[in-house]
Design a binder for this molecule. Structure first.
Ligand code: GLN
Length: 288
């Protein structure tokens, strides 16, 4: 397979990653795991974490969250500012950066200790107590995060960020800096892949209807302005991050995570996209 693309150069810490890393993990509905390559090496999951913060906000606040963020594909880059002015500060969906920041703002309002409470939640749904933020990556992104700071302050000017933008951004950068392996990613997303999933404490994370909605959002918005093409080629709900990771789900059947750090022009893993396209084509295991 050709090795095209570029590392996420705009975040200095991510520009240091070995571009040749490649890992794939598969988790079946029988809890069998398979993996190849660097499938147990942790990497920066970046925007994949936006699904986790969204699920926590949805769990805590229910349908109210949709008053402050939309559910339409944006057709624009994840860090674009253009639509926000005409949309009066209501981001098109929770996976573009502005939308994820509005969700972070909700969590900052509702959690006592936002960063540690969120981490605790991720550890619980992943059944992995060692999952953590990378403080170095969060700091690295904060130092160059002028566009994200602009987005957050712009939304604040419309009143759709309630807290201090610096606090929301600090939460956002930490959330994006979470590190997991491909194997841990597949485990973390069991709550969306398998309707019978319960946490170690016996809790269901989302209702069936909520899980259906988050899968639908991943399908339509999970790859930004490449969501249509991803859906066309792969045919599974999924989410990418600029660390080069992708998680994709076949509800009730399996979860699959791929990591290859070089990104295509839309900011999605070049090899990850190619691999998933080949995988669902060869196995004929897509949702369509
Ligand atoms: N932290 C990254 C950013 O805000 C997340 C982007 C992504 O993974 N697509 O730019």
């Amino acid at each position: 397979m050709e090795n095209q693309g570029q590392l996420a150069q705009y975040i200095p810490e991510l520009a240091k990653i070995d571009p040749d890393k490649l890992g794939i993990a598969f988790l079946s509905n029988e809890n069998e795991t398979f993996g190849v390559g660097d499938w147990q090496t942790r990497f920066s999951i970046q925007s994949i974490s936006k699904v986790l913060s969204l699920s926590l906000a949805y769990n805590l606040l229910g349908e109210n969250i949709w008053e402050r963020v939309g559910v339409e594909p944006s057709g624009n880059a994840f860090n674009s500012l253009v639509q926000l002015e005409t949309d009066n500060g209501i981001p098109r969906n929770p996976f573009i950066n502005g939308g994820a920041m509005v969700i972070c703002d909700m969590l900052v309002s509702h959690l006592k200790k936002p960063k540690s409470d969120f981490l605790e939640y991720v550890r619980e749904i992943s059944s992995c107590k060692e999952v953590n933020f990378s403080v170095a990556t969060a700091k690295s992104e904060e130092l160059v995060g002028f566009r994200n700071k602009a987005l957050c302050n712009f939304i604040k000017s419309y009143g759709n960020i309630k807290n201090d933008p610096d606090e929301v951004l600090d939460f956002y950068f930490h959330m994006c800096s979470i590190e997991m392996s491909c194997l841990e990613l597949t485990k973390t997303f069991r709550f969306l892949a398998f309707s019978n999933f319960k946490t170690f404490n016996g809790d269901k994370v989302l209702s069936l209807s909520q899980a259906k909605r988050l899968n639908a959002l991943m399908q339509t918005c999970g790859f930004y302005d490449e969501s249509g093409e991803y859906s066309f080629k792969v045919g599974l709900p999924g989410k990418s991050g600029v660390g080069g990771g992708i998680i994709a789900l076949h509800p009730e059947k399996y979860g699959i995570a791929v990591w290859s750090p070089k990104l295509n022009q839309k900011g999605n893993s070049y090899k990850g996209m190619k691999f998933l396209e080949l995988f669902t084509t060869e196995t004929q295991l897509s949702i369509f």
